[in-house]
Structures are given as structure tokens and as C-alpha cells.
Design a protein around this ligand. Structure first.
Ligand SMILES: [Mn+2]
Length: 239
């Protein structure tokens, strides 16, 4: 039976001039779907839903994937909103935190990408820098206008990490984030960092399940970079 990968959805709206109507969509980047399909799994999108249904959602999946998106509300790490905080999505924060809690209870692995890694860190008690300006990091972590298909900065990956089972010690990744992990959650290990000191990956097996977070976007580069496709293969075959 194929492994069921539950990817948390996001929402967006488009105003259609011709129809004079705003359409609202629940979605996840298609690249996640394609990466997981190529890895011979069964990806499903979990739309932002009702917190009380977290148990039922997690029962239906084998691995929970937290995708990129808005900034998490800093109230979850006991900070006031900084003026440079980006857009937040309260219902998504609440739903994701409920899914994470339930995934731990049911022993299901969790993978977080970009915002997803940051939400994981916050869910387990860590904190974030709300904006790059609050750090002394010097690399360009928002690489636009360079396409995310093209990795732009190196990360050094810890030898004993799960990531090192399919990635080399020095690896180039794409970068599209203005927030960073600050204090790492208890029982988590930093498994990748940049030369400027930014945390780019975290892992934990302390809670009985496997939890991996990466700050980069393997789903945006997996079509052209085989090692980024390995990320999906590893999740499907090992988590
Ligand atoms: Mn980065």
C-alpha cells in the first residue's frame, strides 16, 4: 500500500474582473504533489479545517507535511508583533499546531518546509526571529528575482543527521525566508546551518516519531536537482 502523505493546505483568493466575483481556493504548491507522486506515494491535501478534527485527519495519513506560507503569529512564542512581521493566518496556525500535537500522539512522522520548520520549532517551545533585520546574518535569504529552481547558498549538514543519509556535508539550497529559528526547541538538534550562522534544518526523534524541518524549498528545485527529489524519496521510504 502506498504511503499516505498529508500536506497541509493554504488559502488564497483571486478577484475575477469578468465575473465581478472573488474566488477562494484551498491549495498546496503542485511541486509537493509532483515530488511525492514521483516518490511513489499517495499525497493528499489537508485543507485548513476544524481543530477538533485533527484526530481524524491524522488517522488517515502516514506522514504529516507542513508546507511554506505566512508567518506564524508570534503570540505562540510569547512575543508582540514586530512591525516587519508578514501576513499571518490565524486559523492555519491553530489547525497546524493541533495536527502536530496529534501526529506526535499517534506516532506519525512530521516534515516541515520553510514556514513548516518554523512552526515545528514554535510548536515544541522554540522561538523565531520575526525578520532578517533582527539578525546579523549576511547571506541573501530571500533570493528573488533568482528562481527557486536555482539553489543560491550553501548549508553545512551535520554528519549524524537524517538529512546526511541522502545529502552531502556541504549542499547548496534555495532560500526564500525573512524569518529564522532563534532559540531551538528542547529536544531538537540543529542539523544544517549556513556560513553566516543561520539555522537551516532541525530534527528530533525524542517524542517517539521522526520530525524533520528544513528552511529551504526542496519542492521548488526537485524537478531539476535529483538530490532534492531524494528528499521526497527519503520521506516516503524511511519515515
Ligand atoms: Mn536560507
Amino acid at each position: 500500500m502506498k504511503k499516505r502523505i498529508g500536506i497541509i493546505g493554504n488559502e488564497r483568493s483571486t478577484y475575477d474582473e469578468k465575473d465581478q466575483h472573488t474566488y477562494y481556493f484551498s491549495y498546496t504548491p503542485r511541486d509537493f504533489i509532483q515530488g511525492f507522486l514521483r516518490a511513489n506515494s499517495l499525497p493528499v491535501i489537508l485543507p485548513v479545517g476544524i481543530v477538533e478534527d485533527a484526530v481524524a485527519y491524522i488517522e488517515q495519513i502516514d506522514v504529516l507535511v507542513l508546507a511554506g506560507g505566512q508567518d506564524i503569529d508570534p503570540k505562540y512564542f510569547h512575543q508582540a508583533r514586530h512591525p516587519l512581521l508578514g501576513e499571518v493566518f490565524e486559523a492555519r496556525d491553530e489547525f497546524e499546531l493541533a495536527l502536530i500535537k496529534e501526529a506526535v500522539k499517534q506516532g506519525k512522522s512530521i516534515v516541515g518546509v520553510c514556514r513548516g520548520m518554523q512552526v515545528l520549532n514554535v510548536a515544541f517551545g522554540g522561538t523565531l526571529y520575526q525578520d532578517t533585520s533582527l539578525t546579523d546574518y549576511t547571506l541573501k535569504h530571500v533570493q528573488s528575482p533568482i528562481s527557486l529552481e536555482h539553489p543560491t547558498h550553501d548549508v553545512t549538514i551535520k554528519e549524524t543527521s537524517l538529512l546526511r543519509q541522502f545529502l552531502p556535508e556541504t549542499y547548496k539550497v534555495n532560500s526564500y525566508h525573512h524569518q529564522f529559528v532563534d532559540q531551538v526547541a528542547n529536544h531538537f538538534t540543529v542539523t544544517a546551518h549556513t556560513t553566516d550562522g543561520a539555522i537551516e534544518a532541525i530534527e528530533s526523534t525524542y517524542y517517539g516519531n521522526t520530525i524533520i524541518g528544513v528552511q529551504w524549498h526542496p519542492e521548488q528545485s526537485c524537478h531539476t536537482h535529483p538530490l532534492d527529489q531524494e528528499f521526497f524519496k527519503y520521506i516516503v521510504e524511511n519515515l
